[in-house]
Design a protein around this ligand. Structure first.
Ligand code: GRF
Length: 197
């Protein structure tokens, strides 16, 4: 199974996927890493792992359609079977969603459908969870559709919220759980326990 990972920032989720593949916990390979942010740690992590990495954005390619054409070319060149969005802050063009229908997944640091949708990313999510007085939050992995955070949920796991939590403490606890949960779920996809396509 060939996986393409899209990431905009630190890429700790990307690293968890790469490490899961290297340790054979995931029966797949990360064949390319794509980021809209040329300075992202994700691209640096890919280079360190000798994984082909691409800085592709609408700004760099000219517009959304030209970006989509470039993305589809890269994905095809690497014979990608599955796309995983790990902190990718852009909506994919409809042509990519169609070409990889039901084969694109995203990870969200909350229990969707709560605390999801446009603008709900990063610390915004954890601040909202604490402000709402939730006793638990969690991680959701879902298929990617044309609306933010609204595709079919394929897996969820809960993470406790402690009384004394700040958003930063909670974010760190959720991110740590993400790293193990990612490996479990992507492995299930590769083993056909979660349908692909
Ligand atoms: C994670 O919190 C993930 O849930 C969200 O983006 C973040 C990625 O973190 N989609 P990192 O850049 O992989 O460290």
């Amino acid at each position: 199974m060939n996986i393409a990972v899209f990431a905009s920032h630190g890429g700790s989720d990307l690293q968890a996927i790469i490490d899961g593949c290297k340790s054979n916990k995931i029966n797949a390979n990360v064949v390319c890493v794509i980021s809209n942010n040329g300075d992202s740690m994700a691209l640096q992590r890919a280079e360190k792992e000798s994984i082909p990495s691409y800085h592709l954005s609408a700004k760099k390619c000219g517009d959304e359609e030209l970006l989509a054409t470039e993305l589809l070319k890269v994905l095809s060149n690497h014979s990608v079977d599955m796309i995983f969005l790990a902190g990718y802050m852009r909506m994919l063009h409809v042509s990519v969603l169609k070409e990889y229908n039901n084969r694109i997944f995203n990870i969200h640091p909350a229990l969707l459908p709560k605390f999801g949708g446009k603008g709900m990313f990063g610390m915004n999510v954890h601040n909202a969870v604490i402000a709402a007085g939730e006793k638990e939050t969690g991680v959701t992995i879902h298929r990617v559709s044309a609306e933010y955070d609204s595709g079919e949920i394929v897996a969820q796991t809960s993470v406790p919220v402690e009384e004394s939590d700040t958003a930063e403490i909670l974010a760190a606890r959720v991110l740590e759980r993400e790293h193990t949960f990612l490996v479990e779920v992507i492995s299930d996809i590769c083993e056909n326990k979660i349908k692909l396509g």
